[in-house]
Ligand binder design. Structure first.
Ligand code: ZN
Length: 315
């Protein structure tokens, strides 16, 4: 993917690259975390990978890549209270905007359409925001609106104040049964800022802020020595190992599951020529994503880990 994004979001960036290559990207994706500007660049990079007419390399000069970098691609739209507006509301993503989105979906398109939903404003940047902006500029993408020398377009996480339940609900059917080649991407600080009905129909990814998270995989790597085989006894031990490691270190279960996904992504990278193994790894990454959803729905960690271990152990 993109060098800046790889450095920032190495794990996610690889995950999306594989998902797009295997044509398995979810049609609704939530990126959550505090750095919405870099999330925005990641969303554009996903759009670029989906639409590139050549080999998707970072400096590709095909028409779609160029348009997306310039942020003027007709099929890649930013939807915020100040972007892609035809009505006079200034504080919300209006129902009219949602109708415009839905209208564009009636006709089929040669492009893979991507709608990036966020909050945004034109503002004077603080010093730390200027730093973020330099990083964003280094990704090679442009914001949807250019600055006037003082005020810069700046995205914020979407929430129920700017994206009302009425507007969000109008989207539900399309999120549930989208036409082919359509992806919705929501940028938010916290999943709880989005309507639960959207969250439950989407794949949510924590797009961490500037610090690089260390993923420890030592405490479970041994169980993967015969991967993709995983006998049932070791599956049981595996789930206990996860629970013990979590309890001893007072980690959140999401972190434990992130470590597993990180491990699987590394495994995918080192087996990138083995199509069969890749598709197993990919399914396991998705299953781990489902495990995160169970945690969000307050299923007990023990049950979640056992369910995951038995899934691995069943083959
Ligand atoms: Zn291209």
């Amino acid at each position: 993917m993109n060098e800046v994004l790889d450095r920032k979001y190495g794990y996610l960036s690889n995950f999306f690259k594989t998902a797009i290559e295997e044509n398995r990207l979810f049609h609704s994706v939530i990126l959550y975390g505090s750095n919405n500007l870099i999330q925005y660049a990641l969303a554009l990079e996903i759009a670029r990978q989906l639409n590139c007419l050549e080999d998707k390399r970072e400096d590709c000069q095909c028409r779609n890549c160029r348009w997306i970098r310039e942020n003027k691609h007709p099929a890649v739209m930013t939807i915020s209270k100040i972007d892609n507006k035809t009505d006079s509301s200034k504080t919300v993503i209006s129902e009219e905007q949602i109708n415009i989105v839905l209208d564009t979906l009636i006709n089929s398109s040669d492009y893979h359409r991507v709608f990036v939903f966020c909050d945004a404003e034109m503002k004077n940047l603080s010093d730390s925001e200027k730093q973020e902006y330099r990083e964003f500029n280094n990704t090679g993408f442009k914001p949807p609106q250019s600055d006037d020398g003082e005020k810069f377009w700046y995205p914020k996480g979407i929430n129920t104040n700017c994206f009302s339940p009425v507007a969000a609900n109008a989207m539900l059917k399309s999120i549930e049964e989208p036409p082919s080649k359509v992806t919705f991407i929501f940028l938010t600080n916290d999943k709880d800022d989005l309507l639960q009905t959207i969250v439950s129909r989407s794949q949510a990814f924590y797009a961490a802020d500037t610090k690089i998270i260390e993923y420890n995989t030592d405490f479970f790597a041994g169980y993967f020595s015969d991967y993709p085989n995983f006998n049932l006894q070791s599956a049981l031990d595996f789930s206990s190992a996860l629970l013990n490691y979590q309890t001893e270190n007072e980690f959140e279960p999401e972190y434990i599951l992130d470590c597993i996904q990180y491990y699987l992504v590394q495994l995918a990278k080192s087996n990138s020529n083995n199509k069969n193994l890749l598709s197993i790894i990919y399914r396991d990454i998705e299953k781990t994503q489902t495990a995160k959803k169970m945690i969000e729905s307050y299923v007990k960690e023990r049950t979640v880990y056992e369910d995951l271990a038995f899934y691995f152990g069943k083959r």
